[in-house]
Design a protein around this ligand. Sequence first.
Ligand SMILES: Nc1nc2c(c(=O)[nH]1)N[C@H]1C(S)=C(S)[C@@H](COP(=O)(O)O)O[C@H]1N2
Ligand SMILES: [Mo]
Length: 242
Amino acid sequence: MGLIHTPSLKLTRRQFLTISGISGASLLLSGCGSPLFEDVAGAISEPLNQKVESFIFGLKPQKLVPEFSVSEIDNKALIVNTFRNTPIIDVENYRLVVDGDVNNPLSLSMAEIQKLPLTSMIIRHVCVEGWAAIVQWAGVRLRDIIALAQPKENVKYAYFISADKYYSSWDIASSVHPQTLLAYQKNGEPLPIDNGAPLRLASPVKLGYKQSKWVTQISLVSNLSRYKGYWEDQGYEWFAGL
Ligand SMILES: Nc1nc2c(c(=O)[nH]1)N[C@H]1C(S)=C(S)[C@@H](COP(=O)(O)O)O[C@H]1N2
Ligand SMILES: [Mo]
């Protein structure tokens, strides 16, 4: 039994077809406020999110991490921390691929991702190298993207592959946490390239090295391979919860 048999999943399936299927061009042409946009933005609702947790992952509702106020944002505190060079990404041709143990593999453009509900949060980013920064991130909830992909019930982990060959893996509970975002804005501005544009992970439940920048692929899987992450494979803790 999966979500595919529930009424709300039908809506999601239709939404999936709208987003990644044949009608992609019309989606791009339609403006905000059009029936099509309402369709896309409205289909991902709280009831669906709860279903993602309780039916697919069998998780209890997750506690929200307290957020900070706008006045606490420190615009300069977020230090760019990149293990190699900043990759060059052509945003027009950029696609976020979601694959693995899913019923509906996705390949989403930024225009499509930006049609999904926008969530903003002010959280503390903590790097193990001994610095932290209060940052405002805005983007789509990762759980909404995961729900669109319709993961199979055996999914337990998410692998994140980045354009700079960085990679990491997360437990699925942290991945569908309501404050785990794929962010495309930072402190009210478009996400700077050095901070991971067009799309990066941002979450108050994980340490900095789990917050992959320039994410191009998310693989939802039932097992971890011997490769767990760029830093994780060098001895850093895998779960890295905050
Ligand atoms: N793709 C990629 N993501 C990455 C890294 C990286 O080198 N490459 N560094 C990580 C580390 S250690 C930290 S602390 C944060 C830093 O994010 P920032 O550069 O936006 O401050 O990104 C994380 N995500
Ligand atoms: Mo870090």
